[in-house]
Design a protein around this ligand. Structure first.
Ligand code: SF4
Length: 470
């Protein structure tokens, strides 16, 4: 049976050779880059805004206990319910029980990566409850039975023609490829489900401690409909989503929008902090917030990597990453793809199974440069590599090879001798045309590339003869 690492390598080889897929992703990210550059140029000082966001998130993460309790107290005071879920199972059980107790048959869900993380929709569907994704991109991938491709743009891997064919097949949508008509088809279809649903589920971009509100930001207004029409609303969020003050949104909201899509501000920004009050015309009768830990407390205890919890899920690091752009989002086989996913997933799902993601990086640092909360992503990938070695998660053959290498490299004479033998052997293998054969020790490299020319003389001997920098 294949493991996540070999699955990743197989998918990466397929996707990187798929030029149509790469072209589609390049087009999408090129457009994003133009919008992102325009967005950043609107700031008087983008670096200062990043610094401010980092400071806010670090303050929240360093005092998570205090701010979460403050948030809970305010929600409860308004008649809302707060459930602390230590694991995915607990979160799923709470929400499915709630739905069962209220005889819920239909749920409208707005985009939530945490709901993906705990596999919420399949658990509800198993109970015979229909769950409809209402974010357009999520709706499209749900129709295809696929997970989201990207944190912010879940259907970015699909062309307009593919979406048109999908709507024609599943929604009886006709032959149009016009974006506004495609949106109208989805809207007509989804509008009915909003009115039928007894429960709405959303994520939360931020949990505001001082006012006890959840802050949700969308471009389609689907979360607002999902919060105001059904009888029950459930918001699910990781514990790291808390921020200290309402005023912090003045910088976090625009920075999230700019980093996510290049917009100055997202179209719909909503705060909700409890069920409908007697004088209010709409809103849910019951309001629940599920606060998910699922490994985050362990990350909080790790002083070296704690700042990974600062992430605001803007997706900018995915767009900046040359590996993501080449292999695509589904290749990672995880809820969170790209650099942040490669850093976070080993913490959430185990370093032994997901350490390979730490190597899905050229360590160029583009992700770190793009991150609006200044998470040092590429160094965290190195930390994960080091931890995998220290915790003995690497294969014994690799560990022996590195021990041998260390003992060789510690002696100049041994190193020169073995390097000369290695050069001679490689020259012999390539001159006999055995490149890419099982005898070729560089086969993982030469499988897809020409063999490098093997020099006859070592760098040391050239140096001794004075050929090289003085
Ligand atoms: S790590 Fe930074 S760039 Fe990546 S999603 Fe999180 S906030 Fe955005």
């Amino acid at each position: 049976m294949s493991n996540p690492a070999s699955e990743f390598l197989r998918e990466a080889a397929t996707k990187s050779a798929d030029l149509t897929h790469r072209q589609l992703i390049r087009q999408g990210i090129d457009k994003y880059n133009e919008a992102f550059d325009r967005g950043r140029s609107r700031y008087f000082n983008w670096e200062a805004a990043r610094q401010k966001c980092r400071a806010i998130k670090s303050e929240a993460v360093n005092h998570l206990d205090r701010y979460l309790l403050q948030f809970e107290e305010k929600i409860k005071a308004r008649g809302g319910h707060v459930f602390w879920a230590e694991t995915s199972e607990e979160a799923r059980a709470y929400i499915t029980d709630l739905a069962r107790r209220h005889n819920v048959r239909t749920i409208v869900k707005s985009k939530s990566m945490v709901a993906e993380e705990i596999h919420l929709a399949p658990a509800l569907e198993k109970q015979g409850i229909k769950v409809y994704e209402t974010d357009l991109g999520e709706f499209i991938v749900q129709l295809r039975n696929e997970p989201p491709y990207h944190i912010v743009t879940p259907a970015m891997h699909l062309s307009r023609a593919e979406i048109s064919a999908l709507f024609k097949e599943k929604l009886d949508g006709g032959d149009t490829q016009d974006p506004s008509q495609l949106v109208a088809i989805a809207r007509r279809w989804l509008r009915r489900t909003f009115f039928a649903a007894e429960m709405g589920i959303s994520g939360a971009n931020f949990l505001v401690a001082d006012s006890g509100m959840i802050a949700i930001t969308t471009n389609e207004g689907n979360a607002d409909l999902g919060m105001s029409l059904p009888r029950i609303h459930v918001a699910i969020a990781g514990i790291e989503k808390v921020i200290p003050r309402l005023g912090d949104l003045a910088v976090l909201w625009p920075v999230l929008a700019t980093s996510g899509t290049g917009q100055p501000i997202t179209c719909y920004n909503t705060l909700i902090g409890g069920p409908r009050a007697p004088h209010e015309p709409d809103g849910p009768e019951e309001f629940h917030v599920v606060l998910l830990d699922n490994g985050r407390s362990e990350l909080l205890a790790d002083a070296e990597q704690r700042d990974v919890l600062n992430c605001i899920r803007c997706g900018a690091c995915l767009n900046a990453c040359p590996v993501f752009r080449t292999v695509g989002g589904h290749t990672y086989g995880t809820t969170y793809p790209g650099p942040i996913g490669s850093v976070l997933t080993p913490h959430l799902r185990g370093l032994d199974q997901f350490q390979h993601l730490s190597y899905a990086s050229s360590l160029c640092g583009a992700c770190t440069d793009a991150c609006p909360v200044k998470i040092d992503l590429h160094h965290h990938l190195l930390h994960n590599r080091r931890n995998a070695v220290n915790e003995a998660h690497r294969p014994w053959s690799e560990r022996i090879a590195f021990r041998l290498f260390r003992s060789t490299a510690m002696s100049a004479a041994r190193f020169s001798f073995l390097a000369a033998i290695g050069r001679a052997a490689l020259r012999a293998i390539y001159s006999l045309g055995l490149e890419r054969s099982p005898l070729d020790p560089l086969r993982p490299w030469t499988k897809n590339r020409a063999a490098p020319p093997i020099p006859t003389k070592s760098f040391r001997s050239l140096w001794r003869k004075g050929i090289g920098p003085n």
